[in-house]
Design a protein around this ligand. Structure first.
Ligand code: KIV
Length: 280
């Protein structure tokens, strides 16, 4: 049985009402400490399946399971008081039928106490989105580049260029008409993002989709600069935590090798000042 019973102060209606207003701020999170940090700054926090690539060393999101999403969803839930929690449905958990989607979405909601789920897809998911929303499950849709279809797209490429813009627009309109309360636009051109944002009556949340959207999302590890090898064009790094961590760990290794760590103040029984009297 789930022990996650609390909810956030922001809800789905608050997000819908932000359409055309102050831009919606959102980030991903996968752990309780990061959720606590992002909570007061974000309107919603998304536990996405990119956790597989970011924290489990997978080379795509396809290997991510329901169990992984639930575990990370529960961890993030414990860190949120303000921001709404949205949890991604992993590959293979919703595409087969609307009944399968309902069963797994309900499990995710019950286990994590998230306020909404996210799933990838446009027109082909319309029936499922309608089925879920009619049964009490708020759905955030995701169109443009949908990473779970990387093998169909043949890579992580910009979507909606030229003639393809009609497909992306159709997908966005279709998820809006099916009842999705918002839609993520991933890696689409500014002109198509702008056109979709002007056309649909729900907030558009961009990732690599320009400031024309009603809100923005980034993978928090990208923003913090956790990776030193590759940064997508659409990411702005606000910190270089990967480099800082490397430097700190190198220093620690040197200290251990030179016997500079632990120093006297880190040793129990020594008189040196300690921050916690009970640990002397
Ligand atoms: O998996 C992902 O990175 C996403 C983005 C919308 C953050 O779904």
């Amino acid at each position: 049985m789930s022990t996650n019973t609390h909810s956030s102060s922001v809800n789905v209606v608050d997000i819908i009402e932000r359409k055309g207003g102050e831009p919606i701020v959102s980030l991903t999170a996968y752990t309780t400490p990061i959720a606590r940090i992002v909570d007061s700054h974000c309107d919603f926090v998304l536990v996405v399946d990119s956790v597989g690539m970011v924290h489990h060393g997978l080379n795509s999101t396809l290997g991510v399971t329901m169990e992984m999403m639930i575990m990370h969803g529960k961890a993030v839930r414990r860190g949120l008081k303000h921001a709404m929690l949205v949890v991604d449905m992993p590959f293979g958990s919703y595409e087969e039928s609307k009944e399968q989607a309902f069963r797994n979405a309900a499990t995710i909601m019950r286990e994590t106490s998230c306020e909404a789920i996210k799933l990838e897809g446009g027109i082909h998911m319309a029936e499922t989105i309608e089925y879920l929303t009619n049964r009490g499950i708020p759905v955030m849709a995701h169109v443009g580049l949908t990473p779970q279809s990387v093998n169909v797209f043949g890579g992580y490429n910009v979507q909606g260029r030229g003639e393809d813009s009609k497909r992306v627009l159709r997908d966005a309109v279709s998820v809006f008409e099916s009842g999705a309360f918002s839609v993520v636009l991933e890696m689409v051109t500014e002109s198509i993002a702008d056109q979709i944002t002007q056309t649909v009556g729900i907030p558009t949340i961009g990732i690599g989709a320009s400031a024309a959207c009603d809100g923005q999302i980034l993978v928090v590890d990208d923003l913090l600069g956790m990776f030193t090898d590759f940064t997508p064009k659409f990411v702005k790094q606000y910190a270089r935590m990967g480099l800082d961590a490397d430097k700190a760990i190198k220093e620690y290794a040197m200290d251990v090798k030179n016997r500079n760590f632990p120093a006297p103040e880190h040793v129990f029984g020594n008189k040196k000042p300690s921050s916690n009297k009970d640990q002397k």
